[in-house]
Design a protein around this ligand. Structure first.
Ligand code: ARG
Ligand code: ASP
Length: 719
């Protein structure tokens, strides 16, 4: 009896106790964690990290280009982020003659720094709790639909009023699934210039092969600089702009990332779902991810086959491969991790305990049937989610279909459409055509098309198939014969034909365009989705969101009863967060242990001139052979490249500063370990580790490899 009680307690506490090393905390509320952080070794205060009145570390962290994090490291607005975060801009500035992706790029003076039109760096100025104002008018009697309306209106009012009084961007975000709201004031920098990037075989060393895996040897960094108007304000690009003088910049530590040391990561985690019921996690991990993994795996096989045969194709499909492959590989890790960790069972145990707790008090009526209601709604949702997944992972992976879609507006032109508008559409279509054919290889697309359409037909019930697929089944001898016809008859496989068509385009040709089989196929599939899948999906999704809000509230009450001292942290939602944990290796499975750092020796061990991901340049080999590491060497004499720690991070945290007990920069976060990829759904501190590139390797590459030591001279170095 005692034993069962004990196990029950352990299982329950596993989910209700927020353990040290776990959590993505709101910086404004970091006072709550200060004691624990200091007990773990931190030498600074919560106020040093986030202060509204004084300059603090938050003044040196930005949301980089809408999806990553960057940090300021000099008085002149110098900014570090990952190579994979700056990738698009490095590619944007590359040409065949100046191939910065392959060879790297270094501005040797500020004049050589390259403007990036459309880029942004967003800096949080302050945030306020506006929950009461947003929920004003919501009562116990308010229905879910009414509530949604009230929240929407209050948000709009509040945002507009705040914007009228401020030069800053104002955003209001929901936390804890709509149980709390914060209003955030941001400064948005738009003149951010590319300063430097290592060659891809350093910045992306290990490529997709090593992605999501430890041990890792990637020099995943790039360098930018924020510029502002001469009076110091965020401004659009202008030649007259000057380097930004920040309120704070991070000092850089050369003392290294040592086992057991306290660290924290400050950045912009995008999305996590750690408070879902078991049924939702099951659906994600056992129903949806396997479909995506299977389909993407087959597409990637086709890419690989052709990429291996032809170096030109390898480059053309590099970015597409990285994009598809990142999710594909991560989801495999999630499925495996949840299985090994018995994640679904643990979630079920929690759901059961939660319901039992709810039964004990009549006050908690709202929670009593939640878990079983979730079961019903998720069951109803499943075929719609599958339908959406099949659509996006099959039909929308056929490149000529999505390319044809860019001509949709042109296909709807009539005699009444003003010529000006038509000209604009033609110009856009021409640009899209250029971009598309630069990286298009028809044999891949044909093979992908035949494969995905067959999968779609084989795996989706008739009612969930667009008409096109049923036509293929009924009217064509095989999927292949349809694909052959599609690729023969469409004009979208030939750059010349498309351009000729655009050159001669008149309103009277719109009808012909609309009849192109690729555009017809695209429209057929999308119309089906819009009419038969999307409305119901939205309805169910809203229903789930309302239930999840109640479930979250319940979990917070449940948690507060058992852990009055420690708050629960909200899921990631693209807002600034702090997470902390110790540096250290771990044991992913029986007999296997990982050290906490990798070195340049490991790069040389992986080196293989015949495998694209493992090419090492002569220059790096020379530096390795002469051991010319200068002050960037570790005290053990080697060059440390990457390290792992127990920080709770996710997508969007890429590029985040990882800081030591004094708040000095130790490295740049860029990934997680394979065993811990499940952390967006279930976090287990014993296996969920974040991977960072060692700042000493970054400086070594900038200084010794690239000869851009002037950049290091700008920084504040702590030896
Ligand atoms: N897995 C990391 C993240 O989710 C890194 C992705 C970029 N690297 C790559 N080899 N694709 O963004
Ligand atoms: N690689 C991710 C990113 O780009 C980080 C992660 O998922 O751990 O944000």
């Amino acid at each position: 009896m005692k034993k069962t009680l004990l196990t029950l307690f352990i299982v329950a506490s596993l989910f209700t106790n927020v353990r040290a090393n776990e959590g993505m905390w709101i910086p404004m509320l970091l006072q709550n964690n200060e004691k624990e952080m200091q007990e773990m070794g931190m030498n600074i205060t919560a106020e040093d990290i986030y202060s509204i009145n004084n300059s603090s570390m938050k003044d040196a962290v930005v949301l980089f280009d809408g999806g990553c994090t960057g940090e300021i490291v000099s008085e002149k607005g110098l900014l570090l982020t990952n190579h994979h975060c700056g990738f698009d801009w490095i590619q944007y500035h590359s040409t065949v003659e100046r191939d910065y992706l392959t060879n790297g790029f270094w501005a040797m003076s500020q004049e050589e720094e390259l403007p990036c039109p459309g880029i942004s760096a967003v800096m949080l100025k302050s945030m306020v709790d506006v929950t009461e104002k947003i929920l004003e008018g919501v009562t116990r009697e308010t229905t879910n639909d009414e509530r949604a309306e009230i929240v929407k209106n209050n948000m709009k009012k509040l945002k507009e009023a705040a914007e009228a009084e401020s030069d800053y961007q104002v955003v209001i975000r929901s936390f804890y699934n709509g149980n709390k709201y914060y209003m955030i004031y941001n400064e948005v920098f738009k003149d951010v210039r590319l300063v430097g990037a290592p060659p891809s075989n350093i910045g992306k060393f290990g490529g997709d092969t090593d992605n999501w895996v430890w041990p890792r040897h990637t020099g995943d960094f790039s360098v930018f600089r924020i510029y502002v108007s001469p009076d110091g304000k965020a401004a659009d690009y202008s030649e007259d702009n000057v380097p930004y003088k920040p309120n704070y910049h991070f000092p850089i530590s050369l003392k290294g990332a040592n086992e057991g040391d306290f660290t924290f990561v400050f950045g912009y985690p995008a999305r996590t779902n750690e408070y879902l019921p078991a049924i939702a996690v099951h659906q994600e991990a056992n129903v949806i991810y396997p479909v995506s993994v299977n389909l993407r795996g087959k597409i990637l096989d086709i890419y690989n086959k052709h990429q291996e045969k032809d170096p030109k194709v390898r480059i053309q499909y590099a970015s597409k491969h990285a994009h598809l492959g990142n999710g594909w590989k991560k989801w495999m890790g999630v499925i495996e991790g949840i299985n090994n960790f018995k994640g679904i069972q643990k979630k079920k145990d929690f759901d059961k305990n939660f319901t039992e707790w709810a039964y004990k008090s009549r006050q908690r009526g709202a929670y009593l049937n939640l878990i079983s209601d979730f079961g019903n709604v998720y069951a109803e949702y499943e075929p719609y989610r599958l339908a959406t997944t099949y659509l996006s992972e099959t039909a929308l992976q056929i490149e000529i279909l999505t390319f044809a879609a860019e001509f949709s507006a042109l296909a709807q032109v009539t005699k009444e459409t003003p010529q000006e508008e038509i000209d604009k559409l033609i110009a856009d279509a021409k640009e899209a055509t250029k971009v598309f054919f630069k990286d298009y290889y028809q044999p891949i697309d044909e093979e992908v098309a035949a494969m995905v359409l067959q999968e779609y037909i084989d795996n989706q019930p008739k009612d969930f198939r667009p008409e096109l697929l049923n036509t293929i089944v009924e009217k064509y001898p095989s999927v292949q014969s349809y694909v052959d016809e599609l690729f023969t008859k469409t004009m979208f496989t030939s750059e010349e034909n498309v351009n000729d068509f655009l050159d001669e385009f008149k309103a009277s040709k719109a009808k012909k365009l609309a009849k192109d089989p690729a555009l017809m196929a695209y429209n057929n599939v999308m119309d089906f989705y819009m009419e038969n899948v999307r409305p119901k999906s939205i309805e169910l999704n809203n229903q789930i969101a309302d239930m999840q809000r109640v479930f979250m509230r319940g979990q917070m009450e449940y948690h507060a009863e058992q852990n009055p001292d420690k708050m629960m942290y909200p899921d990631a939602n693209f807002t600034l967060r702090v997470t902390y944990g110790r540096i250290g290796g771990f044991s992913p499975k029986d007999a296997v242990t990982y050290k906490h750092f990798t070195t340049l020796d490991g790069i040389m061990q992986k080196e293989n001139p015949n495998i694209y991901d493992y090419v090492v340049t002569d220059r790096l080999r020379e530096l390795y052979e002469s051991k010319d590491y200068g002050r960037y060497a570790d005290k053990d004499g080697s060059m440390h490249v990457a390290f792992i720690a127990g920080n709770h991070t996710t997508g969007g945290n890429s590029g985040s500063p990882i800081l030591n007990a004094d708040g000095h920069l130790l490295g740049l976060n860029f990934d997680r370990t394979w065993e811990g990829t499940m952390s967006d759904l279930i976090y287990d501190p014993s296996i969920c580790k974040n991977i960072s590139v060692d700042i000493r390797y970054v400086l070594f590459i900038i200084d010794k490899y690239a000869g851009a030591g002037h950049l290091v001279n700008e920084m504040t170095i702590v030896e």
